[in-house]
Design a protein around this ligand. Structure first.
Ligand SMILES: *Cc1c(COP(=O)(O)O)cnc(C)c1O
Length: 401
């Protein structure tokens, strides 16, 4: 058994578990009992893979980025999750969970969203399946991410602005869980990342594992071997990273480098770098690393990237970072912006600002010319064009326009 995947009690090493209030105990256990037989069934797998192919547009290409390769002195391949329907990896997970919900007899979906990307991916699959969709979103984010709110409403979802706490993702999670508590019989809570109580981190990692499943055969086709020397991804809650590494966690030939959001810097109060700055605690039903005060109050996360703006981290990554299996680099806002411009100008790919954090990690790494590097571009940057333009890099090669 792997030291890095979930154990039979719902833990990743010392992290994970299901720390839920009494009232949710039954819902969580119902899901724990139901999920594996369903998602391992042939019927489920057939329908899931058919939708990934015909609806999402998978497999996503593995593209050898030649100009960036020569700049960094390695063979760099980009795993293009930005080309999926709705523009990011999140749809891999929502497609899988909506099929799970349907097989459990649920008719109503509830979800939280920060930037709105998970909300849009959830509203999309609810429209596809004709299911009722309730999305909880902090009032601050409703204002910051207005286009995504309009998209969700157009798709038929009800968006509930949350006005408690900081009115951001963390508060939206709490409200979605509260909604689940009050409609336990007909409602499925559709979590957007590898976080929350067991079995969610495991469910989401399995749904995203299609990314590394494809990397294996695509690399074999392109390089003659099915593993890279390095895997690189950004990490918010940790789902695109989990999918990128899933089939390689026990393969010591593969080094794993993740980029978390440093914000203004890990030595400031304006950061979302949970693995660097967090301490052990409980957030949204899981034991993991959390950015918190000495008396356990959860701190607000800060980063230019709405999708990485979470004061926790999935328990799978807390464990892997602890055990030294993952190297985690903090990438600051300005470094991510610069890297976003670099990928745009060198390869003609505008990455999501989240993904640009992974690109920036390349500049902090050292390669040999024969090294094969696979970097997951988790999403496209259409949603971030305004942010990129309002924060032009100081460097003269990209700043003068
Ligand atoms: C939501 C999001 C992320 C962060 O979520 P993870 O669960 O850590 O993958 C990263 N990139 C994009 C494009 C996103 O939309």
């Amino acid at each position: 058994m792997s030291d890095f995947l979930v154990d039979n009690k719902g833990f990743f090493g010392r992290y994970g578990g299901a720390y839920v209030p009494e009232i949710l105990y039954k819902c969580v256990h119902e899901l724990q009992d139901a999920y594996l037989p369903i998602i391992e069934s042939k019927e489920f797998r057939d329908e899931y893979h058919q939708l990934l192919r015909d609806y999402v547009g998978r497999p996503s290409p593995l593209y050898e980025a030649r100009r960036m390769s020569s700049k960094y002195g390695c063979r760099l391949f980009l795993k293009r999750e930005d080309l999926n329907h709705t523009g990011a990896h999140k749809i891999n997970n929502t497609i899988g969970q909506i099929l799970l919900a349907r097989r459990m007899g649920k008719t109503r979906i509830t979800a939280e969203t920060g930037a709105g990307q998970h909300g849009v991916a959830t509203a999309t699959v609810c429209a596809l399946m004709g299911m009722q969709c309730e999305v909880f979103m902090g009032q601050t984010d409703v204002q910051r991410q207005h286009t995504n709110v309009e998209r969700m409403r157009m798709l038929g979802a009800t968006v509930h602005p949350v006005t408690t706490g900081n009115m951001t993702l963390s508060d939206a999670c709490s409200e979605a869980i509260r909604d689940w508590c009050s409609h336990p019989a007909d409602t499925y809570y559709l979590v957007g990342s590898t976080m929350g109580p067991h079995p969610y981190p495991d469910i989401v990692a399995r749904m995203q594992s299609v990314i590394s499943e494809e990397i294996k055969w695509q690399l074999l086709e392109k390089t003659g071997r099915d593993y890279p020397d390095y895997l690189v991804a950004c990490v918010g809650g940790g789902s695109n990273a989990a999918g990128t590494i899933y089939h390689y966690v026990d393969d010591d030939r593969v080094k794993i480098v993740l980029a978390e959001a440093g914000g203004h810097g890990t030595d400031t109060a304006y950061t979302a770098a949970t693995i660097h700055c967090g301490t052990e605690g409980i957030i949204h039903g899981a034991r993991t690393l959390v950015m918190q005060t000495d008396d356990g109050q959860i701190k607000e996360a800060f980063t230019i990237s709405a999708g990485l703006d979470y004061p926790g981290i999935g328990p799978m990554h807390a464990n892997m970072a602890d055990k030294g299996r993952e190297q985690v680099l903090a990438v600051n806002d300005d470094e991510a912006i610069y890297a976003g411009y670099e990928l745009t100008r060198m390869e003609g790919i505008i990455p999501a600002i989240e993904s640009a954090h992974a690109v920036a990690a390349l500049g902090k790494m050292h390669f040999k010319p024969q090294d094969v590097v696979v970097l997951t571009v988790s999403g496209r940057g259409d949603k971030d064009v305004e942010t990129y333009l309002n924060n032009k890099p100081m460097a003269k090669e990209y700043g003068n326009f």
